[in-house]
Design a protein around this ligand. Structure first.
Ligand code: FES
Ligand code: FE2
Length: 371
């Protein structure tokens, strides 16, 4: 089951050019390309005649010709030229047209029937925040997107699965603070006055002028928006000092379901330190690829293989308090999907990033109510 009236990330904006690109989003085959004026277009990728993929066709101006029997489709998805049958074009000769927005360096596609609502794209303005530098990547994960959401909303796995990189006993013993606001779920962990996780510890001398054995405040504030867009505000600062005095990072996580057991995982790391330093860039690229690709991915894929196509909640999993935020996100998403089936219109837009930051402007400590 998928939330249809929602935005999903199809690709990075810089990846999309004149060439025909294909993506499967929530099992929908989608063709993407840029028109000659640069505007991004998304239409169905299967020709309505014999279902040949249109991405195997060719561009003719802003149109796409199916290279099996030659029907020509416009950016609206409608057939504009039929080389057969005296050129007769029937209303059924069309493919779906999907609304597209280019924002935050990403191409967002709306897969539902309701009118596309751009305000539903959560605020990822931090990707271009002044004084910060962004790197990004993508992973193809053979698992359901909600298993990845669970992983991101329960960061206690860092102490075990990310041993030697992001591990911190303080995360496991910290208090989880959650807040549900509209269709947004927050999951905060505040770990004051502790030892730095190994990856962060490596930055202390070079980026913060601190000794590597000094104690630090560590914060991990995760925001989830339906269907699966997450932003982690994370970092370390000298004890009692605000984010700006420390190594501060946002990590973005956009999970695009391909099928019930496959997800394209688009990630970003946005840092406030070493912004012009290629070694710091490489450090983060390698750290994230290792943490996500070598540590998280095999575990999540093994989980998926173990449960097959069952919904994990139907298997009666043992629950621990750390599951709270993941459970809230799953319930919220299910409510939205059920609401959509009843014909309810899309929910209000996601909470702006400014609001999140204003709450803890003076120190790195969170101010969400403790649950
Ligand atoms: S399959 Fe496309 S024109 Fe026949
Ligand atoms: Fe992880």
């Amino acid at each position: 089951m998928y939330l249809r009236n929602a935005w999903y990330v199809a690709c990075w904006a810089h990846e999309l050019g004149d060439a025909l690109e294909t993506r499967t989003i929530c099992e929908l085959p989608i063709l993407l390309y840029r028109k000659t004026d640069g505007e991004a277009v998304a239409i169905g990728d299967l020709c309505p005649h014999r279902f040949a993929p249109l991405h195997m066709g060719r561009r003719e101006g802003d149109n796409v010709r199916c290279m099996y029997h030659g029907m020509l489709f416009g950016e609206s998805g409608k057939c504009v030229e039929n080389p057969h049958h005296g050129g007769v074009i029937s209303p059924k000769m069309c493919v779906p047209k999907y609304p597209v927005v280019e924002k935050y360096g990403l191409i967002w596609v709306w897969t539902g029937d309701a009118e596309a609502d751009e305000s539903q794209i959560p605020d990822f303005g931090c990707y271009s925040a002044s004084g910060f530098k962004t790197i990004h990547g993508m992973m193809d994960v053979q698992a359901n997107y909600q298993l990845i959401t669970d992983n991101l909303l329960d960061l206690t796995h860092a102490d075990f699965l990310h041993d030697g990189t992001l591990s911190s006993e303080a995360i496991t013993t910290s208090k989880l603070e959650t807040l549900e606001q509209g269709s947004t779920v927050y999951a905060n962990r505040w770990c004051p006055d502790g030892d730095p996780p190994p990856v962060w510890g490596q930055l202390m001398e070079s980026q913060m002028g601190m000794k590597p054995d000094q104690r630090i405040d560590h914060w991990l504030y995760m925001r989830w928006d339906a269907p699966a867009h997450l932003l982690l505000d994370v970092g370390i600062s000298p004890v009692g000092k605000p984010r700006e005095d420390g190594a501060w990072v946002y990590t973005g996580h956009h999970l695009t379901p391909v099928s019930p057991t496959r997800t394209l995982y688009y990630w970003t790391v946005v840092r406030n330190h070493g912004v012009d330093d290629p070694d710091v860039e490489k450090f983060w690229q390698m750290s994230i690829e290792y943490a996500f690709g070598v540590q998280d991915k095999p575990m999540i894929e093994a989980q998926q293989a173990a449960i097959g196509t069952c919904d994990i909640d139907e298997l009666g999993p043992v629950a621990i308090p750390a599951d709270l935020a993941g459970g809230k996100a799953r319930r919220k998403l299910m409510q939205l999907i059920k609401g959509e089936e009843r014909g309810e219109r899309p929910r209000p837009g996601a909470s702006p990033l400014d609001e999140l930051l204003a709450r803890s402007a003076k120190s790195a400590a969170p101010v969400l109510p403790v649950v």
